[in-house]
Design a protein around this ligand. Structure first.
Ligand code: ADP
Length: 229
């Protein structure tokens, strides 16, 4: 579960990125987080992953209290949250298989587990036939699938996708969003940051709209027209 209670975040005097955000995302939910540039979306993500601490208020993520988490606990928190970025962040000189195996090795997984789990997640994202390729030999959509496989491989309870379709054409974007919905159906909580109104409309889910550091709308009734405010 992700729970923000009256969260504020100031970067420096005069920059109040969040001004009192309260929201709760239950296990297994699929939520879109939308809002104009500079509204505070990245700040929310960084508070969830423990990159930042709130200035005031409380942030609870999968059993951890982020306002008082210890540095040595952060790696354990991060195993519960997989992050998918717009720019994929793949390792170019490693194969598809190794890009995924790498994040299992990073947490000390055994080779035997790796040999079982990596093919499973590559199959889930539809890359089972490309395991020996390198990222540079994949299309944009395939690279994003690989990034999703990597975020998934350590079996996090939550995935945060930060503009996952920002670099893809509409058809590929739809495929990626379908894949995220499928993964959510398997039980993973999904928080998707996006600007793409068309996609949000095609996947009727809860939408949290943030503007100027505040939640201005939270509901199942589609994309809130913040541009027209
Ligand atoms: P979004 O992701 O919605 O574009 P951000 O969370 O990145 O919004 O930014 C929210 C506000 O905080 C903006 O006014 C931005 O300029 C400011 N901000 C973000 N990061 C920093 C930082 N490291 N130092 C100072 N101000 C920042």
């Amino acid at each position: 579960m992700i729970e923000f209670s009256k969260v504020t975040k100031s970067y420096s005097v005069g920059t109040r990125a969040l001004k009192g955000v309260s929201m709760q995302i239950e296990d297994g939910e699929f939520v879109f987080l939308v809002g104009p540039s500079g509204s505070g979306k990245s700040t929310i993500i960084k508070l969830i992953t423990g990159e930042l601490k709130p200035t005031s208020g409380t942030v609870h993520v999968n059993g951890y209290s982020l306002e008082r988490i210890r540095k040595r606990e952060i790696p354990y928190l991060r195993r519960t949250v997989g992050v998918v970025f717009q720019d994929f962040r793949l390792i170019e000189n490693k194969t598809v298989y190794e890009n995924v195996a790498f994040v299992m090795r990073a947490i000390g997984a055994r080779e035997r587990e790796i040999r079982e789990r990596v093919p499973y997640v590559l199959n889930l994202v539809g890359l089972d036939t490309k395991s020996r390729r390198h990222p540079g030999e994949l299309s944009g959509g395939e690279q994003q699938r690989l990034a999703i496989a990597r975020a998934l491989v350590n079996n996090p309870s939550t995935i945060i996708a930060d503009e996952p379709t920002g670099n893809l054409d509409p058809a590929r974007s739809l495929e990626i969003m379908s894949l995220l919905a499928e993964i959510n159906n398997l039980g993973t909580t999904m928080l998707v940051v996006t600007h793409e109104m068309d996609l949000v409309e095609r996947f009727p889910r809860r939408v949290i709209t943030i503007d100027d550091g505040l939640v201005v709308h939270d509901g199942m009734d589609g994309y809130y027209q913040y541009e027209n405010q």
